[in-house]
Design a protein around this ligand. Structure first.
Ligand SMILES: Cc1cc2nc3c(=O)[nH]c(=O)nc-3n(C[C@H](O)[C@H](O)[C@H](O)COP(=O)(O)OP(=O)(O)OC[C@H]3O[C@@H](n4cnc5c(N)ncnc54)[C@H](O)[C@@H]3O)c2cc1C
Length: 126
């Protein structure tokens, strides 16, 4: 006998086996509204961000970057991800690579004009 928890509706279904497929709903309600999601709550990233989205930076979003610059999403919570363990692990490692890219971009674009204009070989270290 199956009972739908929300409505309380009960059904008896003849079956030889039962496969429990719970745990696939994204828990993204707590995120700020600025982080774009699809109709089911999965986070939109990179090229999946909606057309005409108000992206504030000169550069485009990185592949796993959400609509909030610098906030990345990896694994099942990401819209159109593969929804497999191996893929989620891989996306985690991609996210780390992208963090390094974000830092590199920030370093490049926050350099003071005098530093940016400094001749080769005279860059600050550290
Ligand atoms: C029933 C079922 C069967 C599956 N079978 C397979 C299979 O056979 N092979 C396969 O490859 N894949 C399978 N999958 C898919 C696989 O489980 C997922 O692809 C994988 O777990 C995704 O990893 P993830 O780290 O992205 O997300 P998750 O494993 O879901 O991890 C997300 C974690 O974040 C935590 N979390 C959520 N919200 C918050 C918050 N606000 N603060 C802190 N923590 C939070 C959650 O508690 C959870 O621990 C199955 C999935 C389901 C639901």
């Amino acid at each position: 006998m199956l009972r739908q928890s929300a409505a309380g509706e009960e059904n008896t279904v003849a079956a030889d086996a039962l496969f429990v497929l719970i745990g696939a709903r994204p828990h993204t309600d707590w995120l700020p509204a600025e982080i774009a999601r699809d109709a089911r709550g999965f986070l939109l990233t990179g090229e999946k961000l909606p057309d005409g989205y108000d992206w504030p930076l000169e550069r485009g979003p990185f592949s796993h970057e959400t609509s909030m610059p610098g906030v990345l999403a990896a694994g099942d919570v990401r819209h159109a991800s593969v929804k497999r363990v191996a893929s989620a692990v891989g996306e985690g490692s991609i996210a780390i690579q992208l963090v390094q890219s974000l830092f590199a971009y920030e370093r490049l674009h926050s350099a003071r004009p005098t530093e940016a204009a400094a001749p080769a070989g005279s860059a600050n270290v550290g």
